[in-house]
Design a protein around this ligand. Structure first.
Ligand code: ACO
Length: 337
């Protein structure tokens, strides 16, 4: 018997605190850094983002994931005991050890599952979905929980106007189930790639095993995210478009066959530039970056959940997921919903 994989439930959760562009302008002004609401909106398309209160246990990374997972389980008609595998995509885990996957397993009471984290930054949810699909195809997993969850706000440098304006916190989850391989509604195609040569475009120097955070390094903010925004922008537009075209070509399709394009939500201008290259109308593209900013691994599952719940995505429609992230990492998935 051969198997395929299909998403049967989605969920998402965000912290309560809405941080508008005007709030960011005020926050940066306290450090003597200039920006404006107009600049942020025009250059990014972001109006607001959610920021976790990390002292509140309900707003920690795996707690947001817990809420998202509960909603996904409910939609799929499954309980935590049904989960065989938890794949948790994050680059901002609750703790270095254990994994956020294990924290989530503990919170859910999913005692039959095995859990691990995947760090592919913003491409993480796609990496997780592809990994789940492979275990399902091999017959080793029947029900997987794939999460993209981030609480990036503590590692943002709130004195770097180039990067802190972009990001937000949140989590999205999906239940993936085993189905017969001849089912038409399934994951049809995937493609993953990374290019470690481009590590310097987005990284956090200290806090890992090769650079302990000492008081001196803390003062230099070496434990905070560093980003070369302009360079990432160019690579992102090219690779998102290339990966999308490749996915369509390999499946003998054109953009006309696509019902929904679901790109990583880093910046509305990146999404528009890719739409332009693909000659795809914005009406076919799911967007939530305007309200939540770049939530890294959480952008794709949260925007998918929104469109799934409000009925925009319908059974049988063709959906293309497409992401890039720190690493750099890239990934795409084509599926019939
Ligand atoms: N307010 C006002 N001015 C600003 C701000 C700000 N917040 N930020 C930068 N500027 C200034 C710059 O200093 C620059 O001034 P200069 O010309 O005097 O040097 C000017 O605005 C233009 O800067 P650019 O970098 O050319 O601005 P750009 O239009 O490229 O927008 C941005 C910058 C928003 C960072 C954009 O390049 C971007 O979104 N890049 C992609 C980043 C990204 O996707 N990162 C996430 C990767 S995914 C992951 O794994 C997490």
């Amino acid at each position: 018997m051969n198997f395929a994989a299909k998403i049967t439930g989605t969920g998402s959760a965000f912290p309560k605190n809405r941080v508008s562009n005007s709030d960011i302008v005020k926050k940066l002004a306290k450090s003597g850094i200039e920006t404006s609401e107009e600049w942020i909106l025009e250059r990014t398309g972001i109006y607001e983002r959610r920021i976790s209160d990390v002292e509140n246990p309900k707003e920690q990374n795996s707690s947001l994931a817990f809420s998202a997972a509960q909603k996904a389980l409910e939609m799929a008609g499954k309980s935590p005991e049904d989960i065989d595998q938890i794949l948790y995509a994050t680059c901002s885990p609750d703790t270095p050890l254990p994994s956020s996957g294990c924290w989530l397993q503990h919170k859910l009471g999913a005692h039959r599952a095995w859990a691990m984290d995947i760090n592919a930054a913003c491409s993480g949810f796609i990496y997780g979905l592809v990994t789940a699909e492979k275990f399902i195809q091999a017959g080793q997993v029947k029900t997987a929980l794939v999460v993209g969850g981030e609480v990036l706000s503590p590692i943002l440098n709130w004195e770097d106007r180039n990067s802190c304006i972009l990001f937000g916190d949140g989590a999205g989850a999906a239940i993936i189930e085993q189905i017969p391989s001849d089912s038409s509604r399934r994951i049809l195609y995937s493609h993953l790639l990374s290019d470690g040569n481009l590590w310097e475009l987005l990284y956090v120097p200290a806090g890992g095993s090769n650079m302990e955070v000492t008081p001196e390094r803390y003062a230099k903010k070496l434990h905070k995210l560093r980003m070369k925004g302009k360079e990432i922008f160019k690579v992102a537009v090219k690779t998102l478009a290339d990966f999308a075209l490749q996915a369509l070509k390999k499946n003998q399709m054109t953009t006309d066959d696509l019902d929904w394009f679901v790109p990583h939500q880093a910046n509305r201008r990146i999404i528009e530039a890719v739409a332009d290259r693909l000659e795809l109308p914005m009406e076919k593209i799911l967007v939530n970056v305007d309200r939540f900013g770049n939530t890294s691994a959480a952008t794709i599952p949260t925007v998918l959940d929104e469109a799934n719940r409000d009925g925009r995505i319908k059974e049988g429609q063709m959906v293309l997921l497409d992401a890039f992230g720190a690493g750099l990492t890239y990934g795409s998935i084509l599926m019939r919903w």
